[in-house]
Design a binder for this molecule. Structure first.
Ligand code: PLP
Length: 367
């Protein structure tokens, strides 16, 4: 392939990912860690980050084809599908590829009861403790356990719940109490914590944790910067200035009448727009780093470009490096200015963006 001439890259730092997984380990001491890698590892590229996941006990995701690809790439540790299976026919693949499943409703239980599998499955029984999305009712837990544990298709059973408000004591107390009473007397291993739950592991607890966002170095808690938890950004979205405009006072910049200069302003034009995954909702004032200094969005983000006020960065010129988010500019900040959450920005990187992978002491070649 010819070299991309547009200098927009998503740089993936595997050393940061390893560091973040160490932080998870610090929080959860001996609990097993299932790294959540749904949505192509939150937009980072599952295959790309796989080498940095060799210390975790397993991977959790939504997509069966991606799980099968992991096996075909010789991933040998455990794999959990968080929505489980949808049709009885899929169970053969779960068995063949040794994929653990969530069971969250009656229909799945009945399918398991009707099926014969070559190799039985590890099953995570999901209990609805207040998210009201997936999961059986707490009072059904015992009966489900009895039926599941009696099945030849079930090799091992775990109890699981997903917290809707894991980030605070007040938000999670009720759900934790419901889970506790649903599981009373049942000795199966438990899985409760997502990233926010990991950060509050002493309260949330469990035998198996399921961190997602935090392993990518973003904060699952609004207004608590990721660096507070010792997390480092894995993805840095980088580009460069492709033009500079000297704009007089009182002129509009970009489409519409979103932004008008209030002083003679130097506007830097960045090769990155909403067709690359940058949020169109980024308001004027959203931070962008230009030549290592903080600048701000000026004018509406367009399809291929965005404009920044670089009046106070006189050394900036076409070719100057630009950081949209990542190492030195938390994705959480860009999300907040855009009225979004960091999950959404990371997952939205468009196919036309080139990726490069870096890791201290190792060489990676990106396709
Ligand atoms: C996505 C997901 C997680 C990970 O959540 P984060 O907030 O990214 O840590 C954990 N458990 C389940 C069931 C999920 O769907």
């Amino acid at each position: 392939m010819p070299e991309a001439s547009r200098q927009l890259v998503a740089q993936i730092n595997l050393s940061a990912l390893r560091q973040n997984l160490k932080r998870v380990r610090d929080y959860v001491s001996a609990a097993q860690i299932f790294a959540v890698v749904k949505a192509d590892a939150y937009g980072h590229g599952l295959k790309r980050i796989l080498p940095a996941l060799d210390e975790v006990d397993g991977l959790a995701l939504m997509e069966l084809p991606a799980a099968i690809e992991l096996r075909e790439a010789n991933y040998t540790r455990r794999i959990l599908l968080l929505e489980g299976f949808f049709r009885v026919g899929e169970l053969k693949e779960f068995s063949q590829y040794r994929i653990a499943t969530v069971v969250h409703n009656h229909e799945q239980l009945q399918m398991l009861e009707k099926t014969k599998l070559e190799k039985p499955l590890e099953v995570f029984l999901s209990v609805n403790t207040g998210m009201n999305r997936l999961g059986i009712k707490p009072h059904e837990t015992k009966a489900f356990c009895e039926r599941l544990s009696a099945l030849p298709a079930v090799a091992a059973l775990r109890l699981m719940t997903h917290l809707a408000r894991a980030e605070t004591k007040e938000g999670s107390a009720e759900a934790l109490a419901r889970f506790e009473s649903a599981c009373a007397g049942l000795s199966y291993p438990r899985s409760i914590a997502n990233s926010a739950g990991v950060l509050r592991f002493r309260t949330v607890g469990g035998d198996i944790v399921r961190p997602g966002l935090m392993i990518y170095g973003a904060s699952p808690i609004i207004d608590r910067p990721a660096r507070l938890f010792g997390l480092q950004p894995v993805m840095s979205l980088r580009s460069e200035l492709i033009a500079v405009q000297d704009v007089p006072e009182g002129e509009y910049v970009g489409y519409g009448e979103v932004y008008r200069t209030t002083r003679p302003t130097r506007i830097g034009v960045v090769a990155c727009g909403y067709a690359d995954g940058y949020p169109i909702t980024a308001r004027p004032g959203t931070p962008v780093q230009v030549a290592g200094k903080r600048a701000t969005i000026a004018g509406r983000v367009s399809m291929d470009m965005l404009t920044v006020d670089i009046t106070d960065i006189p050394e900036a010129h076409p070719g100057s490096p630009v950081l949209l988010w990542g190492d030195g500019l938390p994705v959480d900040d860009v999300a907040r200015w855009s009225g979004l959450i960091p999950y959404q920005l990371l997952c939205a990187i468009a196919p036309r963006v080139k990726f490069v992978t870096t890791e201290i002491g190792r060489v990676h070649f990106d396709l």
